[in-house]
Write a protein that binds this ligand. Structure first.
Ligand SMILES: Cc1cc2nc3c(=O)[nH]c(=O)nc-3n(C[C@H](O)[C@H](O)[C@H](O)COP(=O)(O)OP(=O)(O)OC[C@H]3O[C@@H](n4cnc5c(N)ncnc54)[C@H](O)[C@@H]3O)c2cc1C
Length: 518
């Protein structure tokens, strides 16, 4: 056995879980693998903050529960919502003890308000909360002697009975590829944790980094683990246009909260025609309105006019946004910011129980790759970092119990087979990966994106079959690479998303099929 615990992914959920396990038992051998460097993750880019009830004079757990249930459109698991909201307070305190800094004011933590929240309860670090959290967790993780960090290593497949020929009905670790040497290694583990984040890269525009390709979901699917809620993809209405170095940068909702107005390229304010709350309508409504304007006008983007915000306030509250806009020659609040909607958050994912364990024993899924029932059909802003903290804690407590046994014997792990490389070794098809990936992103954006139709979903399934076949050919003919692993996972997640979207026969939350509009 190479490890007691294998954690796949180094965002807020994977790192928090690993810290908790290392603290509970210094004798555990813990390995964390991360596709790139430890920092690169959705967590790093989180701007707004964490939704946690802190001001008990005005706010209450009940109010936060109610807001979450309303956003989730009746599909949330109420029991989950209640414990996540209540436990958030303790988890935030721990995060602060581990070294994360949040903005304060004379009465305590400085709290902001985001769409769907009835009170100010977002704890934040300027407009770079995620970066602050991620850096403090990485600093903390490096203090443990029993945690090994494998950066630039990518999950290929989970090890299950299918590989071992046994009948323990468990997960036994994973096959992992080293991105640099392109060697596949086997890492056996008594407990395996998927904390691989979202899959925003399925779409042409996403606020997620390049590594958000749904790998955990793809591997779980191949291990026959159940998935839920995949049609519920939250699109953020305002992402910067054009991309910077291939990445779409998020323009926080807080800019609209401070007075930013959405306008067509000819200067007309349009959100007042779509919702009484205009620019502060729920995210899905704003995203659909922008998409409609863009589709009708043929323009590539709309403008976010920030002139209502003073230069001083903008610099103070949105330093990162200003810096990134300046990279494309736009200087807010003086200049309007060109924006378009972008895939932002996967409300669905791998089904887990209330301690983060999947149906496959020994396999946990935490954070954005999981479906816990907290978000239902639409996530309430800033509830995802909260979910990651609460479920990492719960999964760690449960893992400690599970390690007490019964478990397969030590020599069983030692004899798990190595990865079988069946492929022909030729790199002829390798250059096709980028092209197929773009084709997939285009397909998902046009037919499985903000607007869907029943016919569009049928066409998407047919076109995806072609993409699947091309991907299979690339997979069979080449030596396995990081790029092939990612493409394979993206195709699997796309397939599941299309199938689950076809099964959904009414509009709910962020899911929107134009055929169901009365
Ligand atoms: C721009 C932006 C702003 C956001 N703002 C907020 C906010 O204000 N508040 C909020 O609550 N949420 C916000 N979110 C959502 C939130 O950041 C994420 O849901 C959360 O950080 C997910 O954490 P995670 O640990 O599950 O995954 P991530 O932080 O995405 O980490 C995933 C990890 O898995 C690794 N990985 C992926 N695939 C593999 C593989 N095959 N092998 C090995 N490792 C792999 C990655 O390298 C990474 O280390 C935002 C998201 C974005 C993109």
């Amino acid at each position: 056995m190479d490890s007691n615990i294998l954690v796949i992914g180094s965002g807020i959920s994977g790192l928090t879980y690993a810290i908790k396990m290392a603290e509970q038992d210094p004798n555990l051998r813990i390995i964390i693998i991360s596709k790139n460097n430890l920092l690169e993750s959705n967590t790093k880019y989180a701007q707004g903050g964490i939704a946690v009830v802190s001001n008990f004079e005005k706010d209450s757990f009940d109010k936060h529960v109610k807001d979450t249930l309303i956003a989730g459109a009746g599909v949330c698991n109420k029991e989950v919502v209640e414990f996540v909201v209540k436990e958030g307070h303790e988890r935030l305190k721990e995060l602060i003890e581990w070294g994360a800094h949040f903005d304060t004011q004379s009465s305590g933590l400085h709290l902001t308000q985001e769409g769907g929240h009835s009170e100010k309860r977002i704890v934040h670090h300027k407009d770079k909360t995620g970066l602050e959290i991620q850096k403090s967790l990485i600093k903390k993780i490096k203090t443990f002697g029993n945690i090994s960090l494998l950066e630039n290593h990518t999950l290929v497949d989970l090890i299950t009975d299918h590989h071992s020929g046994s009948d323990y009905k468990r997960c036994y670790g994973a096959y992992v590829i080293s991105n640099l040497k392109q060697e596949i290694i086997k890492i056996s583990a008594q407990i395996t944790v998927l904390s691989t984040g979202g899959a925003g890269q399925l779409f042409s525009h996403t606020t997620n980094p390049k590594n958000a390709t749904g790998d955990g979901l793809g591997a779980a699917y191949r291990a026959k683990v159940f998935m839920e809620g995949l049609p519920f993809v939250q699109f953020h209405p305002t992402a910067l246009f054009p991309k910077i170095k291939g990445n779409t940068f998020l323009i926080s909702e807080a800019v609209r909260g401070e007075g930013g107005i959405l306008r067509t390229q000819s200067g007309k304010r349009f959100m007042t025609e779509y919702h009484e709350k205009a620019e502060l309508a729920p995210r899905d409504i704003v995203a659909r309105a922008i998409a409609e304007i863009v589709n009708q006008s043929g323009d590539a983007f709309v403008y976010l006019d920030c002139q209502a915000i003073s230069e001083k306030d903008f610099i103070h509250q949105f330093p990162t946004i200003k810096e990134n806009c300046q990279k494309i020659g736009v200087d807010p609040p003086k200049d309007p910011i060109p924006v378009i909607p972008a895939a932002h958050y996967f409300c669905g994912g791998i089904s887990v129980n209330q301690v983060g364990e999947t149906k496959l024993k020994g396999l946990y899924a935490i954070g954005e790759c999981s479906y816990t029932g907290l978000h239902g059909a639409n996530r309430l802003a800033s509830n995802s970092l909260l979910e990651s903290l609460v479920f990492s804690h719960r999964a760690a407590i449960d893992s400690v119990e599970q390690l007490k046994g019964p478990l397969p014997p030590q020599d069983f792990y030692e004899h798990l087979p190595e990865w079988e490389e069946e492929h022909f070794i030729s790199n002829e098809k390798i250059s096709a990966i980028g092209k197929v990936k773009k084709q997939l992103q285009k397909l998902m954006t046009s037919k499985v994106g903000i607007f869907k139709t029943s016919q569009g979903l049928i066409e998407a399934e047919l076109e995806l079959k072609q993409i699947f076949m091309e991907t299979q050919e690339i997979y069979r003919q080449n030596k396995l690479t990081l790029g092939i692993c990612e493409l394979r996972n993206m195709v699997s997640v796309a397939y599941l998303m299309i199938k689950q979207s076809q099964d959904l026969k009414y509009n709910i939350g962020v899911f929107y099929n134009q055929d169901y509009v009365e």
